[in-house]
Design a protein around this ligand. Sequence first.
Ligand SMILES: [Cu+2]
Length: 461
Amino acid sequence: MISRRNLIGGSAILAGATAISGRAQAAAIPEAVTTTSPTMRPPLAPPSGPAYQPVVTLNGWTLPWRMNGDWKEFHLVAEPVLRELAPGMKAHLWGYNGQSPGPTLECVEGDKVRIFVTNKLPEHTTIHWHGILVPNGMDGVGGLTQPQIKPGQTFVYEFVIKKSGTFMYHPHADEMVQMAMGMMGFFVVHPRDPNQYRVDRDFVFLMSTYDIDPGSYMPRVMTMTEFNLWTWNSRVFPGIDPLVVRLGDRVRVRIGNLTMTNHPIHMHGPHFEVTCTDGGWIRESARRPEVTTDVPVGAMRAFEFVADEPGDWAIHCHKSHHTMNAMGHNVKTFIGVPQRDLTKTIRKLLPDYTPMGSAGMAEMGSMEMPMPDNTLPMMTGFGQFGPVEMGGMFSVVKVREGLARDEYKDPGWYKHPAGTVAREIKGTAPEAPQRKGATQPMDGEIEVTVVKPRASGHGGH
Ligand SMILES: [Cu+2]
């Protein structure tokens, strides 16, 4: 649901802002469009100006703008928001225009852009336009290139966009807190020539991490490494939108990383090439095929592929802890440990104790364990064949035949043609050949003699 709010009527507040042109002072601040829903909104085709293929923000939206003469005007409002991370868990974050991440901004190379930023947070903020070439005074570094935007103030940023590409925006004021609270957004600049770097579908998401104790709503902002929620656009599996793709489409996926660690993003199915970073487009001769690309901290990567094979193709971070939801870090490893006697002993002390993981942890994907309110299972989600046993940074690229050009609705699970799914074979496996005689090597086998090191005063390994 999108509603319009008149946030600030006059232009009195602009008196304290830096670098405001006469034109901006004359103009009233545009309305701020806001949304409280984490539902993906359809791509926003440009109502005027050069044509382009608009991007699709997973569980998000593109901010509408207004034209004022030849200036494109946006209004961002920095404010506390309530974000659903997945059905069953909400978090009190900070974001822009009702959501974290903030809305995606889309422009065209050569656009004259004016962005109003209103601060409705309890502390000061700024916005840095990450990767965009701007005059120094528009770079958004609090204290260095501008005074911070105090609560209640509105500042205006103005620049002409020189270069197309894949960028983002985030605060450059009390950064550790403000980014740990979810303040960030995507900024896509389309080429002026719509046929340059043309794709049929263009998805964007930002990676962010949170440390929210099970049962609570507020991220710990001092956490440096021990995060427990690994998100794409402040959503975790199974709450992340699928990337719905028409068979044969050329597809781009743009990813930004504002977490404290790198994320190797792996896509099953079609091979891809990284085509763009926050420094610009990669020339064709320098591209190489990949199935995983690492997205470093504070960086953007865009990759492209042709969706030439239908199916439900997993896309996820390859750090396996990042495809899990909140868990206690002190869960012990019990693989191979018989727990019956141990459980009896522990239950004398803790009657509700549930042992887990003597054969692995897969049972957690199908079990419904009692949990505090506002917490997600560590491993969750069901596919058509059973539990998916994932969480965090995981989604599905759903390649389907016969979709409409702008159709992004979840088509459900892939219907595999008969005989194309891995299956159980009934019957007994033949016995492995028995080794005769402990000392005789079999044909082709090399006998190895282990010589123990002589005991000495040296510590060895
Ligand atoms: Cu990761």
